[in-house]
Design a protein around this ligand. Structure first.
Ligand SMILES: [Zn+2]
Length: 137
């Protein structure tokens, strides 16, 4: 979400991309640790491959244990991926990663963002619907 602000000192408007609320962390147990190991082994190489294929450059990738999102992208170009992604079918993993990669160019969900995602992932609407079958919490 982008908000427009007015700076009275410069007389100019500026925009701020609103930060998402702090991710809620999930409890850790043996199953989570197993998924974390798998996620660390599998997700970064897949993200790197998708980024290379589509010409994206990100800063760092982090594997997160949270129950508030599947992935996120920061204004510093860092991509966070939920370790639970490894429990999803490959095409849903790819959808989440492509979605976050598109945020490297547009830190919002505006029309340009969706046009880019549509180009890279033509079935993204259907995949987004399928993702709802896999609740995070
Ligand atoms: Zn998004």
């Amino acid at each position: 979400m982008t908000r427009l602000f007015f700076n009275p000192f410069t007389g100019k408007f500026f925009t701020i991309v609103a930060r998402r609320r702090k991710p809620r962390r999930a409890p850790v147990n043996a199953r989570v640790e197993q998924m974390r190991r798998q996620a660390k082994a599998e997700l970064p190489p897949r993200l790197a491959a998708l980024a290379k294929e589509h010409g994206f450059v990100y800063n760092r990738v982090f594997i997160k244990n949270n129950i508030s999102n599947w992935g996120s992208c920061s204004s510093l170009g860092n991509i966070n991926l939920n370790l639970r992604l490894v429990s999803l079918p490959q095409e849903l993993q790819d959808y989440v990663m492509l979605h976050e990669l598109c945020h490297l160019r547009y830190l919002n969900h505006g029309p340009e963002f969706h046009a880019l995602l549509e180009q890279l992932c033509p079935h993204h609407r259907e995949l987004k619907k399928q993702l709802r079958n896999y609740p995070l919490a």
